[in-house]
Design a protein around this ligand. Structure first.
Ligand SMILES: [Fe+2]
Length: 150
């Protein structure tokens, strides 16, 4: 049986999973489309970050299943749940890409904080603990991106 606190946790994790897929594809999109004097560094940085983000998807989805919930099934399910805005301008300036990803990672960090609060409300210490690792990774991504903009 699912309690309200458990349902809230599952919903929050599924929102984070949608944001993870959306941030992954945006970071990869910028890896593919970045141009300009810093092409080489940014092309590699975006790929490193995308790989790190993608690795989170399975961990998050399986936290949902371990709580007895069902998780995302399709691109449309991701689109319906994510708060990360699409960026379809393939000609976007390189520094605008960096700025947008820094802001998206901040949004992502706030979402992890929401998941952690829901996990603690329900008493899911495993999700609460692993969320700290997810936060540290996202803060590192945001830091690397912000230093480029300095
Ligand atoms: Fe590549």
């Amino acid at each position: 049986m699912t309690t309200n606190a458990q349902a809230a946790l599952i919903d929050s994790l599924n929102g984070l999973l949608a944001d993870t897929f959306a941030l992954y594809i945006k970071t990869k999109n910028f890896h593919w489309h970045v141009r300009g004097r810093q092409f080489h560094d940014l092309h590699l940085l975006f790929d490193t970050q995308a790989t790190e983000i993608f690795a989170l998807t399975d961990l998050i989805a399986e936290r949902v299943r371990k709580q007895g919930g069902t998780t995302l099934t399709s691109p449309s399910a991701i689109a319906a749940k994510t708060q990360i805005k699409a960026q379809d301008d393939t000609g976007l300036d390189a520094m605008a890409m960096v700025k947008e990803l820094a802001e998206d990672n901040d949004t992502y960090i706030a979402k992890i904080r929401e998941v952690k609060a829901a996990a603690e409300e329900f008493g899911d210490n495993a999700t609460s603990g692993i969320a700290d690792d997810w936060t540290d990774q996202a803060e590192q991504r945001a830091w690397f991106l912000r230093e480029i903009l300095a």
